[in-house]
Every structure is written in C-alpha cells, then in structure tokens.
Design a protein around this ligand. Structure first.
Ligand code: CA
Length: 228
C-alpha cells in the first residue's frame, strides 16, 4: 500500500513518513498543494494524508480537485488540520475527505485511521461491480461481462483488466503495469505485458466490438471507454 503524505512542515512530514514506513506502508511526500497534484498524476497512491494549510493550493482545494478527476476520485483522503472546529470538520468532509484528524495527534492514531479508511474503501470497492464502457467486473464473484456476454479470463488478465478499469483513460507504462499486476519483487521482461494485453484483448473483443484498450506508442496502455 502506497501513501502520499502532503505536509509542508518538514519535521512533521518526516515523523509521519518514519511511522508509516515502520508499519510497512510505502510513502511519498509532497510539500505543497501543486506538488501534491503532480505526484497524484504521476503515480496515484492508495491513500492520501493531506494537510489543510498548505502553500500554493490548500488541502481543501487539492481534495476538491481529486474528487473531480475520475482517475483520482476513489482514492481515500485523510485531512490533517490545526483547527478542530466542528465547522472545519464539516467543510473538510464536504470537500470529499474520508476522515479528519486535528493536530496534534499521535502517529498511532493516524495509522489506526488509515487502516480503518482503507478497510472501508476496500469493502466498498469489492461490493460494487466495476462498470466502465459496457464492461462489468463483479469483484466478489470474479466474473466479467461485456454487453451481457460472459468473458473468461486467466488470473493475470483479470488483474490487468482490474488495474486498467480502476482508472479509465489513465495511461500506464509497462513498468507500472508490472508493478501493479505482478508485484514489485518479481523480475519479468516488460514485453511480457504485451503478451497479456494481447490475450486480454482477444478475450474482451468479440468480432465487431470496439477495442477498449488503447496502445499509446512508446508509453503504454490505457482502458478507454467509448465516451472518454
Ligand atoms: Ca501546514
């Protein structure tokens, strides 16, 4: 699990990074709101710990921007703030934050909140089928349908499709897909990705169907619903 920490107070960012890595999370740190948006686009994390008071762009604005972008919409956000007014709490949650923590807090408290939010996000995502561009992925039953037609996929193709469908339109490089589908610790030739994309396309596209997987030259692949 990868967590993006957005915090301009360097000592606090460092404490959070240390504690989260101690809990086996991978971390990245952004020091202001604009840096956060760039980091989010480059490598979307599994969760964002977002300070409210930031230079350039406030945490509230970062959160609103995330909720407007389909590829970032489902990433959970925990807001941090020095203010503990009930009003602020409501504003934070209104902007789309999943939880809210007033400073000062203990790193243990934050870790507990992170685990709770990730658990809720996981449950929510697994309970609802993923439906994009006429393809329906039932994550509980591991079944895939396109326009009502049942599609049989091998486990690797299934995971590949899940990663691509989670963020429609986002272009993934072969290296990113290797990390996300096969895992970071395994060494596999980047070309292996092409083989599995070919198999996925073959399974997904019946004769006359539009190809939903876009090949982006020298960049990678993306799942493109028809109306994107
Ligand atoms: Ca701050």
């Amino acid at each position: 699990m990868r967590i993006l920490i957005v915090e301009d107070e360097a000592p606090l960012a460092e404490i959070l990074r240390y504690n989260l890595e101690d809990e086996q999370f991978e971390t990245a740190v952004a020091r202001d709101g604009l840096e956060a948006l760039i980091a989010l686009d480059e490598q979307p994390p599994d969760l964002v710990v977002l300070d409210w008071m930031l230079p350039e762009l406030s945490g509230l604005e970062v959160c609103r921007t995330m909720r407007r972008k389909p590829e970032l919409r489902n990433i959970p956000v925990i807001m941090l703030t020095a203010r503990s007014e009930e009003d602020d709490r409501v504003r934070g949650l209104d902007a789309g934050a999943d939880d809210y923590l007033a400073k000062p807090f203990s790193p243990r408290e934050l870790v507990a909140r992170i685990r709770a939010v990730l658990r809720r996000a996981g449950n929510r995502l697994d309970a609802e089928p993923l439906c994009v561009g006429g393809v329906e992925m039932d994550l509980e039953q591991h079944r895939v349908r396109r326009g009502g037609r049942e599609i049989t996929l091998a486990p690797t193709e299934y995971r590949l499709l899940k990663v691509l469908m989670d963020r429609p339109g986002r272009v993934y490089s072969r290296e990113q897909l290797l990390d996300l589908v096969w895992g970071r610790d395994i060494y596999i030739e980047p070309r292996t990705v092409d083989v599995h994309v070919r198999r996925l396309r073959k399974a997904l596209n019946a004769v006359g169907d539009r190809d939903l997987i876009r090949t982006v030259r020298s960049a990678g692949y993306a799942f493109e619903p028809a109306n994107a």
